[in-house]
Design a protein around this ligand. Structure first.
Ligand code: ADP
Ligand code: MG
Length: 567
């Protein structure tokens, strides 16, 4: 025990054995050398959500090089690095009582660790210890006045961290981001670096497969591109251009694995992940069938028309969509949410949404088939709306005629088989160009904006704010929003962010603002204010990661209580 015990430690020792509610006396701000400890909110009982505690160190005391902690992107990277340092300390020293939020393989903007102009701050969730409902004061003193302070020193005093590792982490994010920006400039939608390890360890682990077992990625020569980044780093790999790309190949040859890696390529990855150089344009959106979902006022008429019920598919709603209608809804919603490219896997698609073969077209006349399959729409989608598609189709040649690029996976190694595929169906690149520029009247047109009613997100009986329940579920009022099919949601803290974004949208929607405008407003706010701007809390916002607009839209669109202004 230190001879000069802090005032806070004194208080906690004194509270030992008292009833749990007395903990709230420690709310306040304390100084421990360079570390400022702020107890924002104390849990009411041992089983309530944990207490909210922040630790801060000023820039001067922290002593970090300014060039790694000034730019917006650098701050995100450095915060992520320090969050990982903090987690290492917590795992090693004090398992359950201190929670800083655990990042996965992606680097996300989060509230957990913030670097601002004044200094460094970590937002902790701390379980204050109890026996029954009595305060364990001596133990609490150790946790709060020793462990938490040690943690802050380990993260925020530059002398205690590995400066080179920090610099490398920051540089990696800069380089990945530069490459993602370059994709857009060069009319590419995706890039897979040579040597990338795409497969994951298992269905429930996002860590890379053992390097001994995984076949490293290697680009076909015809698609290979080298990027010279401003850092001096050179990255070579397979470039996927805008347009329609089809991935074919035998079962189990790695088609879905590359598509999934591209889905994740919208996010930066940490060193050692294997997907550091799998880079996808930032709005790329995975589209799948999702029967059972609710749909509110979507224009799915490019795909579905003349339903036997007579339902108007330009403003289509259902509480229980079929495989094909759900996939159509997912697609038009992604386009509405500004996706410039779509990622589609046969494994998770409705066959009747994707294709219809010639004999079926002969047997069932077009006017008795409500569905226009995606194969007939993929080129107008590109020609009219500029939306590219990367599609896995191992079971049908139907897409050869509409593909700009056909990639065949063979034992996890891709080959460019575009020419062969085009020869098989007798199509030339010129014909494709004509088809996407002049396909007659616009089928995708410009659907009228979807405008939620002013009370769309204020359901009667909603007393609590939206709350994420793990990765896949949000409780909103009395209903639940199921996000299990939203595959690019990767971290439960993003789901927290989506829950916050729904509350934010509730304040925006007034019966005049459209879904698209609300998303743009939130994005602009996030760019200007950072992730803290999303939460109403001014002090300790909990652990929230920034979601993409596409995933915020996905949650809004799946909300069963959504109501729109009629057309
Ligand atoms: P497909 O979609 O072509 O049927 P998948 O992508 O599902 O094939 O891959 C089949 C299996 O091969 C999966 O278990 C996956 O982890 C594994 N796999 C994929 N890519 C590689 C690779 N590059 N090296 C080793 N194993 C791989
Ligand atoms: Mg597959």
């Amino acid at each position: 025990m230190s001879p000069q015990r802090s005032q806070l430690a004194d208080t906690l020792h004194r509270l030992d054995g008292k009833s749990y509610g007395n903990y709230k006396q420690i709310t306040g701000q304390y100084t421990f050398g360079p570390v400022t400890l702020i107890v924002d909110r104390v849990q009411v009982d041992p089983f309530a959500s944990p207490s909210k505690v922040r630790v801060r160190v000023s820039r001067a005391d922290a002593g970090f090089p300014a060039d790694l902690t000034t730019g917006r992107l650098d701050r995100i990277a450095a915060s992520d690095y320090l969050l990982r340092v903090g987690n290492g300390v917590i795992r090693r020293d004090h398992g359950r009582s201190i929670n800083l939020g655990r990042p996965g393989q992606e680097v996300l903007e989060r509230t957990n660790v913030i670097i601002d102009d004044d200094g460094f701050e970590a937002r902790l969730l701390v379980n204050l210890p109890a026996r029954g409902r009595r305060i364990l004061g001596h133990q609490a003193a150790d946790t709060v006045t020793r462990d938490v302070i040690d943690l802050a020193r380990a993260m925020f005093l530059y002398d205690n961290i590995d400066g080179q590792a920090l610099a490398d982490h920051v540089q990696l994010l800069r380089d990945q981001t530069e490459l993602r920006d370059r994709l857009g400039e060069d009319d590419l939608v995706g890039f897979v670096g040579n040597g990338a390890l795409l497969p994951r360890r298992s269905g429930d682990s996002d860590r890379p497969m053992d390097a001994a077992a995984a076949v490293p990625f290697r680009s076909p020569a015809s698609l290979e591109r080298t990027f010279d980044l401003t850092s001096g780093r050179q990255v070579t790999g397979m470039a996927i251009p805008r347009g329609v790309t089809v991935i074919v190949g035998g079962g189990y040859h790695g088609k879905s694995t590359i598509l999934r890696a591209l889905e994740r390529g919208v996010y930066p990855h940490v060193a050692g992940d294997g997907r550091e150089w799998v880079i996808t344009e930032p709005t790329a959106t995975a589209i799948r069938a999702e029967d059972g979902r609710a749909v509110t006022g979507d224009d799915i008429s490019p795909f579905i028309n003349n339903l036997p019920s007579g339902t108007d598919t330009r403003f289509f709603s259902t509480t229980n969509a079929s495989g094909s209608t759900s996939q159509a809804a997912n697609l038009v919603e992604a386009v509405e949410a500004s996706a410039h490219s779509l990622l589609i896997d046969e494994d998770t698609s409705a066959t009747n949404f994707m294709i219809r073969d010639e004999r079926m077209r002969a047997l069932i006349p077009a006017d008795r088939e409500p569905i226009t399959p995606f194969v007939d729409r993929v080129r107008p989608l590109f020609g009219e709306r500029g939306v590219s598609t990367v599609l896995v189709a191992g079971g049908s040649s139907a897409f050869f005629e509409v593909a700009d690029l056909v990639i065949a996976m063979n034992a996890y190694v891709p080959a460019d088989v575009t020419q062969q595929a085009h020869e098989l169906v007798g199509v030339t690149p010129d014909q494709l160009a004509i088809e996407s520029s002049d396909a007659g009247p616009d089928v995708f047109g410009d659907p009228p904006p979807r405008i939620p009613t002013a009370d769309a997100l204020h359901p009667a009986g909603k007393t609590k704010t939206a709350k994420a329940k793990g990765l896949d579920l949000i409780q909103f009022g009395k209903s639940f929003i199921d996000l299990a099919a939203v595959s690019q949601l990767v971290d439960p803290e993003q789901t927290n962010g989506i829950a916050e974004s729904l509350e934010y949208m509730a304040r925006i929607f007034d019966g005049k603002v459209s879904v698209v405008e609300a998303l743009a407003e939130i994005e602009a706010m996030l760019d200007a204010q950072g992730i803290d701007g999303l939460t109403g809390h001014r002090r300790h916002p909990g652990h929230v990661a920034r979601p993409r607009a596409q995933e915020m839209a996905a949650a809004l669109n799946r909300y069963r209580g959504l109501s729109l202004i009629p057309e």
